[in-house]
Design a protein. Structure first.
Length: 287
């Protein structure tokens, strides 16, 4: 096991995620200086700085975990960042991350952006599945890779500082689609004598079985042939959608979580994509 007792870093932000990150570093012997915008207690063993400037001055590695991009800029504005390595774990857009990278560089610092694919309870827990996307300065990442890997596994996705946010938001967007489908499914069974607890494992199992479709979509996008390996074509799926909508009407359930996607499917068929899979919907979204 590595000895982290000499590792020292600063964390700006004592929210649930910031505190979880701090606890993970403290647990392996790191020295952590922290600052919070609000009067929140720090994990035991943390060195609490009076100001953000004091916290930044304390260490070369500065991890930022705040509310949004505006709060990051407001916190760091006016602070000399010369020689500082700023790791931003605040949720942002790709464009915000790229602009912040330039903003940090103009103030003398190096920058890496991160997207945390975990909730606070998963941080620092072995085999929890938690990981963090990182992108930006390759030199910063290589310098601090061992320290950054303590709270969660590290997935470095390139020198473009916007990529970590893009990967993060793309996966979260996929998650919301899954949640929407689950909400509609539970609404359909709600009026009946069907236990949602008993139904849940069936829903999870089916969603897991269907999740692999993404590999086929990826292959078709890469090849440009949207008919490759198609078993149930888009025209057939659009016909089946009518049954889904009639069932929703019978059960007294609004179809509003489904109809936007179904409308795109119909448009693709109308444009001649009936023999394709639903991969062509990706092209419609990009217009």
């Amino acid at each position: 096991m590595s000895d982290h007792s000499k590792n020292s870093l600063t964390v700006l932000g004592l929210g649930d995620m910031g505190s979880a990150l701090i606890r993970s570093w403290l647990a392996v012997g790191c020295t952590v200086t922290a600052w919070s915008r609000s009067a929140r207690p720090a994990p035991e063993g943390t060195i609490v700085a009076a100001t953000a400037a004091d916290a930044v001055t304390a260490n070369s590695l500065v991890v930022v975990c705040l509310l949004d991009d505006a709060s990051v800029r407001a916190t760091l504005d006016g602070i000399d960042l010369t020689g500082r390595d700023i790791v931003n774990l605040t949720t942002s857009t790709p464009a915000e991350a790229r602009a912040l990278s330039d903003w940090i560089a103009a103030r003398g610092g190096r920058f890496v952006d991160g997207g945390i694919m975990a909730v606070p309870s998963m941080i620092g827990v072995a085999d929890s599945g938690a990981y963090v996307f990182y992108s930006g300065s390759t030199e910063l990442h290589e310098t601090h890779a061992e320290t950054l890997a303590i709270p969660a596994a590290v997935t470095y996705v390139g020198a473009d500082p916007g990529f970590a946010a893009l990967y993060d938001i793309a996966l979260l967007s996929g998650m919301w689609g899954m949640f929407a489908g689950a909400a509609h499914a539970f609404a359909l069974i709600a009026p009946e004598d069907i236990s949602p607890v008993d139904f849940a494992p069936l829903l999870v199992g089916y969603q897991q079985a269907m999740a692999g479709y993404a590999y086929g979509t990826a292959a078709q996008l890469a090849s440009g042939d949207y008919t490759e390996g198609v078993e149930s074509n888009l025209a057939m799926m659009v016909t089946t959608n009518d049954t889904l909508l009639r069932t929703a009407a019978e059960q007294g359930v609004s179809p509003e979580l489904l109809t936007p996607f179904m409308d795109l499917m119909r448009r693709r068929v109308a444009e001649g994509g009936g023999n394709e899979s639903n991969t062509g919907v990706v092209d419609l979204l990009r217009r």
